[in-house]
Design a protein around this ligand. Structure first.
Ligand SMILES: C[S@@+](CC[C@H](N)C(=O)[O-])C[C@H]1O[C@@H](n2cnc3c(N)ncnc32)[C@H](O)[C@@H]1O
Length: 313
């Protein structure tokens, strides 16, 4: 695990967002600032960037890293679920492009204190921000067996959800990452492949603790009203649940009617607000995956705003 975060699909993001001098951009997951630096360089002179991150540690590191661009950049410690309010507060809309690079940074995964990785011994925390109330420890120690199994099935697509949930409940209280990883190994009868059997459970807990899927659905709806005419939305996701949400949102917003099929006449009144820029999802090249194995599951989708809404004019 590297302790610096290598940004993924950088060239594709810059092309996808059609970054140009003087443009105004939002990086909703500024993290270590890798994409932010690329956007700032390509939007210079005159470009502006608003960066958000829910993690105060990431924000303080990245504020330092982006100090040389201080006249062009504003970094805010906020969850992107509040995107519209943040943009209103800083009068930062309409914009030419909005980027999401979902998930976690290598720094967060490598941390010995955050609990995101089953390869590091730590308390089971997994919160992006210490201001959030619920930790992964709360979830594993308080949900019923059925609730845990449902969560593992829904957020982890874990086929062995019932076996794992039963063992978790039997072994409570569970306090640390290693303890949980060991319990899962025992529940499924040991390790049989290169992929650790705890992978899907850790993914489930992270998604649940940070309400990742609900927040993504909510923020995607907010982006349309913040993009100016021909503004671009680019989203990099790292697992199928996220990618499905992004794909369905972009497909829905690219259609004039979203009535259920079989209805003889449109009753929804929906009009397309986006155009898909790439029909096919963009994946990293084999060279990028070789240089940065973390990029292998990255999927980029890009859409363009069709016409500015009245409230933005
Ligand atoms: C993959 S990293 C982004 C890396 C960044 N693009 C770079 O080049 O360094 C994802 C970042 O998104 C942040 N994040 C995840 N969910 C978030 C949310 N709902 N609101 C704000 N930030 C979030 C994480 O804290 C993490 O720093």
């Amino acid at each position: 695990m590297t302790s610096t975060h290598l940004p993924v699909l950088v060239k594709e993001v810059i092309q996808g967002l059609a970054v140009r001098p003087g443009g105004r951009y939002i990086d909703c997951t500024v993290g270590g600032g890798g994409h932010a630096v690329a956007i700032l360089e390509h939007s210079s002179p005159g470009g502006q960037l608003l960066g958000l991150d829910a993690d105060p540690e990431a924000v303080s590191i990245t504020r330092g890293r982006l100090e040389t661009y201080r006249d062009a950049v504003l970094i805010v410690n906020e969850n992107f679920v509040r995107l519209r309010s943040v943009c209103e507060e800083y009068d930062f809309y309409p914009v030419h492009g909005i980027l999401f690079d979902l998930g976690l940074s290598s720094l967060q995964l490598a941390s010995n204190a955050r609990g995101f990785s089953f390869q590091r011994e730590s308390a089971l925390d997994m919160r992006l921000s210490p201001e959030q109330e619920t930790t992964a420890e709360d979830i594993v120690n308080t949900l019923t067996e059925d609730e845990l199994a449902n969560l593992l099935w829904t957020y982890g697509e874990e086929a062995r959800s019932h076996r794992i949930a039963r063992r978790i409940v039997a072994e409570r209280p569970i306090r640390t990452t290693f303890q949980l990883a060991r319990i899962i190994e025992l529940a499924v009868g040991g390790r049989r492949s290169r992929i650790h059997p705890a992978t899907k459970t850790f993914q489930t807990l992270r998604i649940a603790v940070n309400q990742e899927l609900q927040n993504l659905e909510s923020v995607l709806e907010q982006t349309v009203g913040l993009l100016g005419f021909e503004g671009r939305l680019a989203v990099i996701s790292y697992h199928s649940l996220e990618d499905r949400i992004v794909k369905r949102f972009m497909q829905k917003e690219s259609r004039d009617c979203i009535c259920p099929s079989g209805i003889p006449m449109c009753v929804c009144g929906h009009t397309a607000s986006l155009r898909m820029v790439n029909r096919k999802v963009i994946k990293p090249s084999p060279d990028e995956v070789r240089l940065n194995p973390r990029s292998r599951s990255a999927r980029l989708r890009v859409a363009e705003r069709l016409a500015a809404r009245e409230e933005n004019q």
